[in-house]
Ligand binder design. Structure first.
Ligand SMILES: C[S@@+](CC[C@H](N)C(=O)[O-])C[C@H]1O[C@@H](n2cnc3c(N)ncnc32)[C@H](O)[C@@H]1O
Length: 336
């Protein structure tokens, strides 16, 4: 299969996107956001038409909308999560060899609860990212009524909350138990019937309740954290119903070629030992073209990918129907 014959994502178009790197990539990051994980991705996306609409949905999650508790109890419980430092809870034997955010609780996405507000490590990425999938890739309808969605690697669930407010039934998974506990608490406190947080690795999103189960899978900010990106994408494929769509967002390397960069955890582990913040490590970072090719190789059709600010890539693919993939060397032989 050559790039030229592949529908939706010809190599030349990628090169053009890369070269022209849109205006929204060049805007200045507000000082207040500098240094936060999600800051560079937010450039320009706040100006997208859907951003304000999506931001307005977050007002459903303010203390005046609590159903299960009172504001003082709610705030006290939320503050108990902050700075929680618990390696045992996550099952780690050697916390120094683990990702700092997995050991020590960090709030994920900005959240104004009305009587108090929490800045998130990802800033307002839950809004900029969803606005980007809506407005730049045309891949996310505003009404998600009747849609089943899977949010893989949800952290404290900023995007899951927005998607639930858009009407979707959302299964939100993360491998870090404490983040799912926090999101579970929000779900109860706000009585969000369509939100189902689960402590679960991406690799465990298989079998009953996952296979062929979702209209849309959001797989954002996770691909570069996993040891097996090809298997990960195939699991995403298997989770979708026929006709379903995956929304992939990832850190990437800027290259017009189809390359994967191996980073690995050693630098972050060294930083942790030296007492610095080890923000989390990357295993493999794809170029946009490599991501598009991996998506096609695991079965996706109509793959489109677009380079974004801060060396990120957004990609969309559709599961037209079940197709087998090359089995040689596949790390899990039981993928469907
Ligand atoms: C960079 S954050 C992205 C958060 C959110 N999806 C977003 O895009 O703003 C990565 C999240 O993925 C989770 N994660 C990493 N590897 C995972 C895996 N194999 N299975 C499930 N969650 C994972 C991390 O715990 C973290 O919460």
């Amino acid at each position: 299969m050559t790039e030229g014959r592949t529908r939706g994502f010809p190599g030349k178009a990628l090169a053009a996107v890369d070269r022209l790197m849109p205006q929204w990539a060049k805007e200045v990051v507000p000082k207040s956001l500098r240094g936060r994980v999600g800051s560079r991705m937010a450039e320009g996306a706040r100006a997208l038409p859907s951003y304000a609409r999506l931001a307005a949905l977050m007002s459903r999650y303010r203390v005046d909308r609590l159903v299960g508790t009172d504001p003082a109890t709610f705030e006290a419980r939320i503050r108990e999560f902050l700075d929680m430092d618990d390696a045992a809870m996550e099952g780690f034997r050697d916390p120094e060899r683990q990702r700092a955010f997995s050991v020590r609780f960090r709030w994920g996405h900005d959240h104004d609860f009305g009587s108090f507000a929490l800045p998130g490590m990802m800033g307002d990425r839950h809004l900029t990212m969803l606005a980007t999938f809506r407005d730049r890739l045309g891949a996310l309808p505003f009404s998600l009524e009747g849609k089943r969605m899977l949010d893989i690697g949800c952290w404290t669930g900023g995007a899951s909350l927005v998607l639930a407010a858009m009407g979707a039934e959302v299964v939100a998974v993360d491998e870090v138990r404490k983040y799912i506990e926090a999101l579970g608490y929000l779900q109860q406190a706000f009585g969000i019937e369509g939100l189902h947080p689960q402590t679960r690795s991406l690799y465990e999103c298989r079998g009953e309740g996952f296979d062929d189960a979702f209209d849309i899978v959001l797989f954002a900010g996770v691909l570069y954290h996993v040891t097996d990106p090809v298997l990960a994408l195939r699991i995403v494929f298997d989770c979708l119903k026929n006709g379903g769509t995956c929304l992939v967002e990832t850190a990437a390397v800027r290259s017009r070629r189809s390359v994967m960069k191996y980073e690995g955890p050693s630098e972050d582990v060294a930083a942790a030992r030296a007492g610095d913040v080890a923000s989390g490590w990357n295993w493999f970072l794809p170029s946009a073209l490599a991501l598009a090719r991996m998506m096609r190789d695991v079965g996706f059709a109509d793959v489109r990918a677009e380079a974004a600010p801060g060396s990120r890539v957004y990609a969309v693919g559709r599961r037209a129907g079940h197709v087998d993939m090359l089995r040689a060397g596949l790390s899990a032989r039981d993928v469907r």
